[in-house]
Design a protein around this ligand. Structure first.
Ligand code: PMP
Length: 409
């Protein structure tokens, strides 16, 4: 019977990583995967994570029992404080239910599964999920795998290499009432372009008018600007406006816990007398979905994050580590821009320093990307996205020269 299974294409990003590993050129540069690297192009274990790890291992009572279905309670409660703010009414009024998930991917998936089963927009009956064009490629698969139709809203302007706000706005405005709108909370992947606070406010007003349902994907809190509160601003603003909404929260990037799969899913309901009852009913269904999907989330990464999130001293050290990562990335943006300016590379490159977070959308064409890969052994995705963390003081000039060469050809 398996002869009916068609061959699927290789995941483009993980295929790119494999090609990079096979390349034997000593100057090769990996700008593909979105994982932080230090100035020596090495993975970086955050010093605060190392410390938390030592504390954990020294605990004689540590065991390998199952976590509860909803995960480690200290972890999910600290995750609520981190994303909504410690004094948020969402917490004091019991308006959120949170489950620990398999990192951000698992949180997006749990939200998608929940919506596919229970989302019931009153007016139009539409269950379409609107995602930005472009978006993190996995969004498309996650939502279509649970049977939710997907549509796109314009996001990136090729001309300005910034936000196409007019396009985004008008598509969200004309979407059927009650549509699900997926939003990147900060440091948009793959473009590095975020709405301004005024634009977020306008989007909130519009989405209220249309009774759209916000689903925030937050994979870079603290990693984008180095400021945890600032990076959560959009979510907190929508919460203040009284929306019912979902949040997928990842600790992969901001704790460097990629492979440990630490994440959290939050359902938030609007203020009102029914809030507690809603949260209880939704929570009971989420627990069943979680049980059938993974039974219990993984313990190690959540224990590390929980230790740091719940200890003021470790938390302060974490913030310092975050500033080190975001600071190095910002300095690489400046260095790349400076080298391109010095080379008088044709085109404008302000977007390199204007964009934020892990990625930059260079504006290089697929043809140019493939040429740079072939000639300079620099690996980036075909859409011209580079992971800024792959640049360092030793290779940034080399990369600028490769870009300069290819845009002049
Ligand atoms: N959403 C976005 C937009 C991302 O960029 C990522 C990380 N690549 C994720 C979610 C989730 O990643 P993870 O499952 O590793 O937390």
């Amino acid at each position: 019977a398996a002869d009916v299974v068609p061959q699927a294409p290789e995941d483009p990003l993980f295929g790119l990583m494999a090609a990079y590993r096979r390349d034997e050129d000593p100057n090769k540069v990996d700008l593909g995967i979105g994982a932080y690297r230090d100035d020596n192009a090495k993975p970086w274990v955050l010093p605060v994570v190392k410390k938390a790890d030592e504390l954990l291992r020294a605990d004689p009572n540590l065991n390998h029992e199952y976590l509860p279905i909803a995960g480690l309670a200290e972890f999910t409660s600290a995750s609520q404080k981190l994303i909504f703010g410690a004094s948020s009414p969402v917490i004091s009024e019991g308006r959120a239910i949170s489950l620990q998930t398999i990192s951000g991917t698992g949180a997006v998936h749990l939200g998608a599964l929940f919506l596919s089963k229970f989302y019931n927009p009153s007016a139009s009956g539409a269950k379409t999920v609107y995602v930005s064009n472009p978006t993190w490629a996995n969004h498309n698969q996650i939502f279509s795998n649970v049977g939710l139709p997907i549509a796109q809203y314009p996001y990136f302007s090729k001309e300005t290499k910034g936000l196409d706000f007019a396009g985004m706005r008008s598509t969200i405005e004309s979407a059927p009432e009650g549509s699900i709108i997926l939003l990147h909370a900060c440091a948009h992947n793959p473009t590095g372009v975020d709405p301004t606070q005024d634009q977020w406010k306008e989007l909130a007003t519009l989405m209220k008018q249309k009774s759209h349902f916000p689903f925030f994907d937050c994979a870079y809190q603290g990693f984008a600007s180095g400021d945890l509160n600032r990076d959560a601003w959009a979510i907190r603003y929508f919460v203040e406006q009284g929306f019912e909404l979902l949040v997928a929260q990842s600790y992969a990037k901001n704790f460097g816990l990629y492979g440990e799969r630490a994440g959290c899913f939050h359902f938030v309901t609007s203020p009102g007398a029914e809030a507690k009852d809603t949260v209880s009913r939704v929570g009971s269904q989420l627990a069943i979905l979680q049980r059938s999907e993974i039974s219990n989330p993984p313990a190690y990464g959540a224990r590390i994050a929980s230790l740091v999130l719940n200890d003021a001293d470790l938390f302060a050290q974490w913030e310092e580590n975050l500033r080190e990562m975001s600071g190095r990335i910002i300095s690489m943006r400046q260095a790349l821009k400076k080298h391109l300016d010095e080379l008088k590379t044709p085109g404008t490159w302000d977007h390199i320093v204007d964009q934020i977070g892990m990625f930059s959308f260079t504006g290089l064409s697929e043809k140019q990307v493939l040429k740079i890969r072939e000639e300079a052994h620099v690996y980036m995705t075909k859409n011209g996205r580079i992971s800024m963390a792959g640049l360092n003081t030793k290779n940034v000039k080399y990369f600028a020269e490769a870009v300069d060469k290819v845009v002049r050809e």
